[in-house]
Ligand binder design. Structure first.
Ligand SMILES: [Zn+2]
Length: 90
């Protein structure tokens, strides 16, 4: 007997791995530092959406309950987090 339910599960697992996008390199708008950090170790990478750690620091607004700005760990400059009607762009 075939087991279609198991086959589907395996297919889904493969798709998730293939669809994982590499974390884009972002630069500080003030000092141009590369804000993409070290690669996330493969054995724990499945817990995270990207492939690399981010070095920028999220500045959290407790009233809005979201990260509204980023801070550069090198020059400590800050900049607005970009968003549009569809949600956060970064
Ligand atoms: Zn900077």
């Amino acid at each position: 007997m075939s087991r279609p339910a198991n086959a589907l599960k395996e297919m889904r697992g493969t798709v998730e791995i293939e669809e994982k996008e590499e974390t884009p390199i972002t630069y500080c708008p003030h000092c141009n530092a590369n804000l993409r950090g070290e690669p996330i170790p493969e054995n724990i990478a499945h817990h995270y959406s990207g492939t690399h750690w981010g070095r920028r620091i999220g500045i959290y607004d407790f009233e809005l309950d979201r990260v509204v700005k980023w801070e550069c760990p090198d020059c400590h400059g800050t900049w607005e987090r970009k968003w549009d009607q569809n949600g956060w762009l970064e």
